[in-house]
Write a protein that binds this ligand. Structure first.
Ligand code: NAD
Ligand code: UGA
Length: 469
């Protein structure tokens, strides 16, 4: 078949970023051929099926429109590299678990393998786009690997970090706050940067396409995530103080967020932030600062992660203290397991930490979530304790002593809590780790209600003093 595409775009890595990003590029630019490749054949098979490997609102429609027309999913990485003009690299960059920098630095082994593979399979000049989140100066390493060859192909490396959030990926990609493209400021670097600007300009206003030097681009991604997470840790830290002072964290967040300089978003106090990136990217930033001898700066950012751990621990201690200092054999139902609503992703979800802690206390867990049960089972497969999984929240809550809200799925605000209360052991407890429920109404039904950063509403005479490690 003769293909008349204007450009051939390849993306290596068909994950939460590679899949949706390329699907939107293909949808918006039918004149380009877009191919997504991965080493994982099951993932590719699912991208080619009716049940996509990730749950993301609106994504099915985008994929259905473009797949087979100009969007293709394949395991043939070498052929993909050979025929492409622009290669996005969107492989995973997890925290290193071994050797120097273990627990902090980015593990760049997948990244480096990809660079070598691109070098070996290329027969023509290519633009290589860093889509994965990477430490500053990775582009330099990439270039060194690409150029260490007898073949004299020209490679230009660009940084184009992704800012989409899961659950809103399609709308974030269709209408991004900004697209950031970093390049070398050489003639060929600027030309490659311009070629990528032209791709996005098919649907993004040019004044939202920001171009910078390559190091600013790499660093801006880590800093954006660090600032977002810092906002959450700030309000979570204040939620602990609210609980001591009878202030209400939602009222405080509203008052603070109405200042335009601070803004209302990312001020929802919670059981803690999760997701595959915040912790990983902050630790990566911390590692970079230490590497360059900036110890005070490193400590400052590390405290964002420390407060997040504190918040998760606090949640479990609170449950323990409020339920008469023993959870052994009590049935606790977790409403939600995903790290946020509208996704099935559970990576670094606070629910994982809390499940493990509750099982250590010998509680029996019943976990419900509309999209994340498959991942939850994998996350907890090694756990030695009683854990049951239920799709139906009413069946999950039946016979339990307590409900803990882990994920802010809208469906949990709309349930019939009168019915749920009737089916539970008394006294019945609700710990709202997301502050999404109508606490006064639950109290009136008979529940003892424990929000985050607000006075609890209970039918007991006195409140327990919460001990913290
Ligand atoms: P992911 O784990 O969902 O996907 C990565 C994919 O790369 C996997 O399917 C894996 O099989 C594949 N892969 C690994 N090595 C490969 C190789 N050598 N050849 C081909 N395929 C290979 O990860 P993700 O969530 O899509 O994240 C990818 C990158 O994007 C990370 O650096 C992450 O920090 C960044 N990021 C993620 C998000 C998000 O919301 N998840 C948002 C912005 C940026
Ligand atoms: C985050 C960023 O928002 C994206 O811009 C970035 O591209 C992405 O990380 C990444 O680099 O991976 P994501 O993790 O998908 O996106 O989701 P967020 O909406 O940022 O939520 C992260 C966590 O913070 C969730 O657990 C969420 O429940 C929690 N959160 C968020 C709060 O506890 N309170 C808030 O006010 C907001």
């Amino acid at each position: 078949m003769i293909e008349n595409f204007e450009k051939r775009i390849l993306c290596i890595g068909a994950g939460y970023v590679g899949g949706p990003t390329m699907a939107v590029i293909a949808q918006k630019c039918p004149q380009y051929k877009v191919t997504v490749v991965d080493i994982n054949p099951d993932r590719i098979a699912r991208w080619n099926s009716e049940k996509l490997p990730i749950y993301e609102p609106g994504l099915d429609d985008v994929v259905r429109e473009a797949r087979g027309r100009n969007l293709f999913f394949s395991t043939d990485i070498e052929e993909g590299i050979r025929e492409s003009d622009i290669i996005f690299v969107s492989v995973n960059t997890p925290t290193k678990t071994f050797g120097a920098g273990a627990g902090m630095a980015a593990d760049l082994q997948y990244w480096e393998k990809t660079a070598r593979q691109i070098r070996e399979c290329s027969g023509s000049p290519k633009i290589i786009v860093e889509k994965s989140t990477l430490p500053v100066k990775t582009a330099q390493a990439m270039k060194r690997i690409l150029l260490a060859s007898d073949k004299k192909n020209h490679f230009e490396v660009l940084s184009n970090p992704e800012f989409l959030a899961e659950g809103t990926a399609v709308q974030d990609l269709e209408k991004p706050d900004r697209v950031l493209i970093g390049s070398d400021e050489t003639v060929s670097g600027l030309k490659a940067r311009n070629d990528l600007v032209e791709v996005y300009a098919n649907w993004v206003d040019r004044d939202r396409i920001l171009t910078t030097n390559i190091w600013s681009s790499e660093l801006s991604k880590l800093v954006s995530n660090a600032f977002l997470a810092q906002k959450i840790s700030s309000i979570n830290a204040i939620s602990a103080l609210c609980e001591k002072t009878d202030a209400d964290v939602s009222e405080v967040a509203r008052a603070v967020g109405m200042d335009d300089r601070l803004g209302p978003r990312f001020l929802n106090a919670s059981v803690g932030f999760g997701g595959s990136c915040f912790k990983k990217d902050i630790l990566n930033l911390v590692y970079l600062c230490r590497y360059y001898g900036l110890f005070e700066v490193a400590d400052y950012w590390e405290s964002v992660v420390r407060i997040n751990d504190y918040q998760k621990n606090r949640f479990v201690f609170n449950m323990l203290a409020c339920m008469f200092n023993t959870l052994a054999t009590k049935k606790i139902c977790l409403f939600g397991f995903a790290f946020k609503a509208d996704t099935g992703d559970t990576r670094e979800s606070p629910a994982i930490f809390i499940s493990r802690k509750l099982v250590e206390e010998k509680a029996e867990l019943i976990i419900t979530d509309p999209e994340a049960l498959e991942n939850a089972k994998t996350d907890l497969q090694d756990i030695e304790g009683a854990v049951r999984y239920e799709l139906d929240p009413y069946a999950a809550a039946e016979g339990s002593d307590a409900i803990a809200i882990m994920t802010e799925w809208k469906l949990y605000s709309d349930l019939d809590y009168e019915r749920i209360y009737q089916s539970m052991v008394k006294p019945a407890f609700i710990f709202d780790g997301r502050n999404i429920l109508d606490h006064r109404r639950l109290f009136d039904i008979g529940f003892n209600v424990y929000p985050i950063g607000k006075p609890p509403l209970t039918h007991f005479d006195d409140q327990p003093e919460i001990c913290q490690e």
